[in-house]
Design a protein around this ligand. Structure first.
Ligand SMILES: [Zn+2]
Length: 70
C-alpha cells in the first residue's frame, strides 16, 4: 500500500516532539523511492503537508490547554 508507506513515515514523525520534525522531514527523500506510490508528488512534500496540518492542530490544542490553566 503506497499511501500508508509515505504516510506511515509522517505518522512516525508526528509521534516525536515537534522540535525534531524539521530535521525528520528533511531526511525524507524528496523523490518517492516507492514505484507504487500514488502521490504524484514527492514523499517529502506529502509528509511536510501532513505535518503542517498536525502542527497547527497540536499548537491549537496546547493553546487551549494553556488558556484553561490560566
Ligand atoms: Zn511515496
Amino acid at each position: 500500500m503506497s499511501v500508508s508507506r509515505c504516510m506511515g513515515r509522517a505518522l512516525k514523525i508526528a509521534e516525536a516532539p515537534r522540535a525534531t520534525w524539521a530535521d525528520a522531514i528533511a531526511a525524507v527523500p524528496e523523490a518517492c523511492p516507492h514505484a507504487d506510490c500514488t502521490g504524484g508528488q514527492g514523499c517529502r512534500a506529502r509528509v511536510a503537508d501532513y505535518l503542517r496540518i498536525q502542527w497547527r492542530m497540536v499548537a491549537a490544542r496546547e493553546q487551549r490547554r494553556e488558556r484553561a490553566a490560566a
